[in-house]
Design a protein around this ligand. Structure first.
Ligand SMILES: [Zn+2]
Length: 269
């Protein structure tokens, strides 16, 4: 989890006057950080000012708005004699007019019913954010001990003439104490992705064994399971024959059998 970061506070006073942007209340960020990503930050600040001004106009009161990245509290506010203090998740910077109106009702006028509109907006946008995030989660091939991309490239060149087209990374597995079986690798046809079990990212595991697992998963691209094979990945005869051409095939099977007990118990990062 990344720490929530907060943008400086902005004040906008309503009651017929133009919104006034106060000096940032929090300590300003160093210029270097600001210049690294100027457009995005500027855009966010512009939108925050705009939203604060809009709410201020609607409510006829001073609105101090803080924009956060904190997903645990999407909307929080405090009303006091000097105006409305509002903390919002940045998703609200793109809110359509009826949601802005609901924000004003909910936080500024104490109309709790307006909360339903905000909930709906959060639900709608939350799904969107999650989808974007999933796409951004690239496969991570670099482990503590092995760079899977390197092993993959070596296996592809040595055994497939570079013909296999897949991406590869370490699998993320839920932390489960006791495992009775372990899937050392998985190949997903739809995305052409190979995922290798993180228990293998261990100094006790020889690189050639990881290469064997990668080799096995690459074979799945060449020998897809026949239709109707169900959820379990099937290994056709041709697959098995080709698998045996791996130079250390026998050694790999023996190594797996011998080391399975601690692989099953391996504590994962
Ligand atoms: Zn398999």
């Amino acid at each position: 989890m990344s720490p929530a970061h907060q943008l400086p506070l902005f004040s906008a006073s309503g009651a017929g006057t133009d919104p006034v942007v106060a000096a940032p209340a929090s300590s300003p960020s160093p210029p270097a950080a600001a210049s690294r990503t100027p457009p995005r930050r500027d855009e966010v600040l512009d939108k925050a000012q705009g939203l604060a001004a809009q709410l201020s106009r609607v409510l006829g009161a001073t609105v101090r708005l803080a924009v956060t990245d904190n997903r645990s509290t999407m909307v929080s506010f405090r009303r006091n004699p000097s105006g409305l203090q509002l903390r919002l998740h940045h998703m609200f910077l793109d809110a359509p007019p009826h949601v802005v109106e609901a924000l004003a009702d909910y936080a500024g006028r104490g109309r709790r019913k307006a909360g339903a509109v905000l909930d709906g907006y959060i639900r709608e946008r939350d799904g969107h954010i999650r989808r974007v995030r999933t796409r951004d989660e690239r496969l991570q091939p670099l482990g503590r001990c092995f760079d899977l991309r390197e092993l993959y490239a070596r296996v592809n060149a040595a055994h497939f003439g570079g013909a296999v087209q897949a991406s590869i990374g370490w699998a993320r597995t839920p932390a489960r104490r006791r495992r009775r079986t372990i899937r050392l690798g998985v190949y997903e046809h739809a995305s052409r992705e190979i995922r290798i079990h993180p228990a293998l990212d261990d100094p006790r595991v020889p690189a050639w064994f990881v290469e064997f697992v990668v080799f096995h998963e690459m074979l799945h691209q060449l020998f897809p399971s026949p239709a109707g094979a169900g959820r379990r990945q099937h290994h056709p005869r041709a697959f098995r024959e080709r698998e045996r051409t791996f130079p250390l095939y026998e050694a790999a099977l023996a190594w797996e059998k011998e080391n399975l007990p601690w692989l099953l118990r391996a504590r994962l990062p």
